[in-house]
Design a protein. Structure first.
Length: 194
């Protein structure tokens, strides 16, 4: 059984999709959720699912302790599912090639510091982009610049708002993110085009 660690800051719909997918396909389980917001919805998911969680605070963050706790889970992958901080370099070095992120646009467009959630969808709409999508990529020391694993696209409609575009993007995320994780774990049950 593979062990996954999820870092998330928000509602946690991607975390939910990953948990549910691997309940149906029991090759992996979420062993730890790391969150930087004590009131984030993803913590309700952790509690309901009885998944251990760790709340981190930028002022008191102790990277060595976090790494120790992460290592004790022996993760096959560390999954950033809407985590809004830049991951400290020490954590990236401790888990080489094991950290992946999902971004709600077609990188290299609309990425970088401050580009998350509705800020990204706003930027896409303001730039009058005709399509947007998702990017799942490896994480390195530079924001949103690691090697791309998969991109999936959707149309941006003329009357789209950040909320309506976010909904379409979330559908793509919930479908592809668990399947890409499964693919990276090396035991795909479906064939996907990457
Ligand atoms: C997702 O759309 C994800 O792509 C985005 O945050 C959202 C989290 O939603 N991540 C970023 O913007 C990272 N730059 P969720 O809490 O419902 O899973």
């Amino acid at each position: 059984m593979h062990s996954l660690i999820i870092f998330a800051s928000g509602t946690g719909t991607n975390t939910r999709a990953i948990i549910d997918y691997f309940k149906r396909n029991a090759i992996a389980k979420v062993a730890l959720i790391v969150c930087n917001k004590p009131d984030a919805g993803v913590l309700d998911i952790a509690m309901n699912e009885e998944i251990p969680f760790l709340i981190v605070d930028k002022k008191t963050i102790h990277e060595t302790l976090i790494i120790d706790q992460m290592e004790s889970c022996k993760p096959s992958l560390v999954v950033l599912a809407g985590f809004l901080w830049k991951i400290p370099d020490s954590i990236i070095k401790a888990f080489p090639n094991k950290i992946i992120n999902i971004h709600p646009a077609l990188l290299p467009l609309h990425g970088g510091k401050g580009m998350y959630g509705h800020h990204v969808h706003n930027a896409v709409i303001n730039a009058k982009q005709q399509e947007s999508g998702i990017t799942i990529h490896h994480v390195n020391e530079v924001y949103d610049s690691g090697d791309i694993i998969l991109q999936a696209r959707c149309k941006v409609l003329e009357n789209d708002t950040p909320a309506s575009l976010a909904e379409r993007i979330h559908h793509l995320e919930h479908f592809y993110f668990p399947r890409v994780i499964e693919f990276l774990l090396g035991t795909p049950t479906v064939s996907i085009d990457v």
